[in-house]
Ligand binder design. Structure first.
Ligand code: NDP
Ligand code: 8X3
Length: 255
């Protein structure tokens, strides 16, 4: 039977959306947390909110900044340095343009954060899991990592890469008894579209008009389900869509 006592989870992108909802749910079950993100005010606010439920440590770093990642994770105090669960969630889409019109700065951001950032954070944590022959890594992929949609180009490439990295991790960490899987959501209403459209919240909200999207708490519930299976059960890959969404492009929108 799974018990949260003494278990600790490091969640990247805990300042918003799926990461924050997961942190809140984990804390409610008494899982100790290392919460990561770049927005210090939000990290502090979340720590204040959750500290009565679990032990909480906050780490402010940019996942795409290799040096900061290793520095931050190696700075963890002894009571937090053993990480049982890693949720690689930090990431975003930047822009929605045809490939010929895409902004190379957006491409850099998506590949640096969604792909390389996930690798850096994992690299900082995997050795201790290998040493302990125990651990669970959950990568947040996307339906965009299963299907390419118009103007999705580089964002989809970043999430296809996450899918490949998840499969690679599962193979290479297999001899060490480490669980590795991905949770791949469809449309979830978070700050995702605000970031994609660079703060244009009106445009962002049109993405979710006319149907009921998933909310961050829906995905948090699923992540909690995944981590609480008995240790011999590994949920390898879970695609989760709103009922109104059939695939990356087919959404039943009622005007
Ligand atoms: P949000 O924009 O609400 O949250 C994104 C989180 O990532 C924030 O906490 C942000 O924190 C963090 N983040 C972004 N860039 C960096 C960076 N360079 N360094 C450190 N942290 C960073 O979006 P979601 O919650 O929706 O997104 C979470 C994950 O879910 C992403 O990987 C996304 O691709 C994926 N996803 C989202 C879907 C959706 O429809 N919403 C569907 C499928 C997958 P801060 O800004 O404080 O650094
Ligand atoms: C986020 C979902 O369909 O906007 O990964 O790419 S989608």
């Amino acid at each position: 039977e799974w018990k949260p006592e003494g278990i600790s989870a490091l969640i990247t992108g805990a300042t918003s959306g799926i990461g924050r909802a997961t942190a809140e749910l984990f804390a409610a079950h008494g899982v100790n947390l290392i919460l990561c993100g770049r927005r210090q005010d939000r990290l502090e606010e979340l720590k204040k909110k959750l500290i009565s439920q679990a032990k909480v440590h906050i780490l402010n770093f940019d996942v795409s900044d290799k040096k900061s990642v290793f520095k931050a994770i190696s700075s963890l105090p002894p009571s937090f340095s053993q990480i049982d669960i890693l949720i690689n969630n930090a990431g975003n889409a930047h822009g929605l343009d045809t490939i010929d019109q895409g902004d190379p700065e957006d491409w850099d951001a998506m590949l640096d954060i969604n792909v390389k950032g996930l690798l850096y954070v994992s690299k900082a944590i995997m050795p201790q899991m290998v040493e302990r022959k125990k651990g669970h890594i959950i990568n947040i992929g996307s339906i965009a990592g299963k299907e390419v949609y118009p103007k999705g180009n580089v964002y989809c490439a970043s999430k296809f890469a996450v899918d490949a990295i998840t499969q690679g991790m599962r193979i290479d960490l297999n001899p060490h008894g480490i669980r590795v899987g991905s949770v791949d959501p469809g449309a979830v209403e978070t700050e995702f579209s605000e970031v994609r459209f660079k703060g244009d919240s009106e445009r962002a909200s049109t993405v979710y008009n006319g149907f009921k999207p998933l909310i961050a708490e829906d995905i948090a519930d699923i992540i909690y389900f995944v981590v609480t299976r008995p240790y011999h059960v590994n949920i390898a890959d879970l695609l989760v869509l709103p009922t109104a969404q059939a695939n990356a492009t087919v959404i039943n929108k009622i005007p």
